[in-house]
Design a protein around this ligand. Structure first.
Ligand SMILES: C[S@@+](CC[C@H](N)C(=O)[O-])C[C@H]1O[C@@H](n2cnc3c(N)ncnc32)[C@H](O)[C@@H]1O
Length: 305
């Protein structure tokens, strides 16, 4: 396994509650096996992570190659998947020291074995990537950018480092524009339950809101304006929805005919996309994915022009 790089001082951010508590919880969970650790921090397993990466290849119409970066790498699960795909190297960038010091090396050795040298753990922030400009072939993030304090800063930082033609690949959550500021604040004020704290190895008496844990609830227009501001070209911007059944479609159509339709999410649009690959909206719109891989997550492919 390649030695870790340090682009920030490990003590720089320890005072931030989101980092301090996560760091301590990780250290407490080191006696778990790899699968249990992954389940605790990422919620999906290697097989599904592999399928998601293959889906990006499918939409990009090319295999992964060259040098890349996994932004907010956490456990390093996706870095391992990428290392097994024939790339040259991947920087596993993460802000929490114990992921870098303990978890990423364990996960890399477990899943990537003799290819684990391709994974370079980096303690740092995705807002300050200390690599030469125009040097990366691709960048990837899974559920990390909703921790960004400022999406514009984050997108611009990675745009600078990609080669022209390089891709930024995102799987994250994106709320509809219909979500109000009040609803956003309500979500961020939620305090974690004892069950959640226990499950993640936090002290069960801890009082921690989602806001204090670094969460943000970005809406589509906030994602779009940061992406456009940084100069990326959008190739795909879609959301995975649950598979729509014929029964749901029937009730939806019936309520539409009766003029009772109250929801702005079009079941018909989702049904057509999932079953026939027909998208009634342009690429720039939150359109449903035909594949139902990661429900309610948004899948974005950007290109540096
Ligand atoms: C929900 S987890 C994502 C899981 C991860 N992609 C994986 O596969 O295990 C979000 C991760 O982003 C990290 N993070 C948050 N802010 C960051 C920043 N500014 N720079 C780098 N990583 C950050 C968090 O510490 C956390 O590990």
């Amino acid at each position: 396994m390649t030695d870790a790089l340090k682009w920030i001082d490990p003590d720089d951010n320890r005072h931030l509650s989101e980092i301090k508590h996560r760091d301590e919880a990780i250290i407490k969970s080191l006696d778990l096996n790899i699968e249990e650790m992954i389940k605790m921090w990422v919620y999906i397993d290697y097989r599904k992570a592999n399928k998601l990466i293959d889906l990006f290849s499918y939409y990009l119409k090319k295999p992964f190659n060259g040098n890349g970066i996994d932004l907010g790498a956490g456990t390093g699960l996706f870095s391992s998947v990428l290392a097994n795909k024939g790339i040259n190297k991947v920087y596993a960038l993460e802000i929490v020291p114990s992921f870098i010091n303990y978890v990423i090396p364990l996960v890399a050795n477990h899943y990537s074995k003799e290819k684990s040298h391709k994974i370079i753990p980096v303690l740092g922030t995705f807002d300050d990537i200390q690599l030469p400009n125009n040097s990366l072939d691709f960048a990837f993030e899974y559920d990390a950018f909703h921790h960004s304090e400022n999406l514009r800063v984050t997108f611009s930082a990675i745009h600078q480092k990609l080669k022209p033609g390089g891709n930024l690949l995102i799987i994250d959550r994106c709320h509809p524009d219909s979500m109000t500021d009040e609803e956003v604040q309500k979500l961020l004020n939620i305090q974690y339950s004892e069950k959640f704290l226990n499950k993640h190895g936090y002290d069960e008496n801890l009082v921690l809101t989602r806001r204090e844990n670094g969460e943000h609830e970005y809406r589509k227009n906030e994602w779009m304006s940061a992406i456009e501001n940084s100069g990326f070209n959008i190739k795909v911007f879609r959301t995975f929805y649950n598979k729509v059944s014929l029964k749901q479609l029937y009730w939806y159509m019936l309520s539409t005919i009766k003029g009772k339709r109250g929801r702005d999410l079009s079941i018909l649009k989702i049904f057509l996309a999932q079953n026939f690959g027909i998208y009634l909206s342009d690429y720039n719109t939150l359109t449903p994915m035909r594949e139902s891989l990661s429900t309610n997550k948004t899948f974005i492919i950007l290109e540096k022009v």
